[in-house]
Each structure stands twice: as structure tokens, then as C-alpha cells.
Design a protein around this ligand. Sequence first.
Ligand SMILES: Nc1nc2c(ncn2[C@@H]2O[C@H](COP(=O)(O)OP(=O)(O)OP(=O)(O)O)[C@@H](O)[C@H]2O)c(=O)[nH]1
Ligand SMILES: [Mg+2]
Length: 191
Amino acid sequence: MALINVAAREIHCKIVYYGPGMCGKTTNLQWIHGQVPQATKGNLLSIATETERTLFFDFLPLDLGKVRGFQTRFHLYTVPGQVLYERTRVAVLNGADGVVFVADSQRSKLEENVNSLKELARNVQKQGKRFQEFPLVLQYNKRDLPNALPVAVLDKYLNPFNWPRFEACAASGPGVFDTLKGISKIVIGKL
Ligand SMILES: Nc1nc2c(ncn2[C@@H]2O[C@H](COP(=O)(O)OP(=O)(O)OP(=O)(O)O)[C@@H](O)[C@H]2O)c(=O)[nH]1
Ligand SMILES: [Mg+2]
């Protein structure tokens, strides 16, 4: 649940980027960090192995302006995507106000995407929430690659509930902010 500090007139929201290994979660945060003005962001904290795979999470604090006189502070997190880190994902997911599920559009990654989404559903349900009603947007990343599946195919396998979904190339930027705006709108709408 979002943390509301009435005295300081601040709302803190936690957004988690979830998805299979190497789908581009960290790249999303790096792009956002590279684009937003200094005054509105904190430092991007990344804890990665030497191969740059996320070990625990990446963290980026952002100020997204005012909602009814309250300053909204967004805390963006990524999870480590490698299968064996599920316990870390559960911990990072805890208390999330919204999730961006980043899918890797490549044909060879379809099964990994499906498994990761199923795992997410399980973990949301374990927190006592209904997955279908959970604030979530999908991002189909790596649209630039020649082996990217058509969006209609990804929709068929990954979007049973018609979540808002965005095509992106996180490495070069297109779609990254549309995705962030999409989830922010949903999270703020729920406050
Ligand atoms: N071609 C292409 N490559 C991308 C895109 N987005 C990310 N990548 C590359 O995919 C690789 C993995 O990206 P990361 O952002 O580290 O992936 P991650 O989801 O954080 O991976 P884990 O931390 O291991 O879970 C990197 O080499 C990125 O440069 C994209 O839109 N297009
Ligand atoms: Mg990462």
C-alpha cells in the first residue's frame, strides 16, 4: 500500500519491474535515470554481479509532481530475473503498489515470459491480492530485434486480462516513458 505522510504532504508509491532474466528491466531504469532532470531523481542504486545481472534489485527514486497538493514520490525497483532468485523477487515484490511486467519479445523467450508471469500471479496471490485486479501494465520489450514475435501473439499468451500494454525498445528509449506513465496513472488512480 502506498505510504502517505500527511504532515509532510507526501505520497510514496512502490513500482516493481518484474520479468524473466535479461528481458530489460534494469535497462528501463537506466533509461529513465538518464532522461529525467537531476532535481526530480535520486541516485540509481544497482547491485549487480560482474556480468551485470541484478543480484538483489535496482532502485530509483523519482518525484513525479503533485496530486491534490501532495508530492508524489515513486520508488522504482527491479527484481533479479534469474529463475533461482524467486525468494528475492518475493521480497522485492512485497508491498508493491504497481507492477510493470517486462516481457522479452523474442520468439525463443516466450516460455520464459509465460513462466515468469505465472510466478508473478502466484506471488501476488500469496500476498492475499487478486491478480486480475492488481495494478499492472505489460511492456513488450526488444521490439527492435528481428526475431520479435508479433504483438498479437504476445497478447494471446501474456495478456489474458487485457492489461494496458506498451511496445518498447528499452535500450534506445522508445516506449519506456509510456510504460512508466501507464503504471503511474493506474497507481495514482487507486489512491
Ligand atoms: N536489442 C535490445 N536489447 C535490449 C533491449 N533492452 C535491453 N536489452 C539488452 O538486454 C540485456 C539484458 O538487459 P538488462 O536490463 O540487464 O536485463 P534485466 O531484465 O535487468 O536482467 P536481470 O537483471 O538478469 O534479471 C542487455 O544486454 C541489454 O542491453 C532492447 O530493447 N533491445
Ligand atoms: Mg537487472
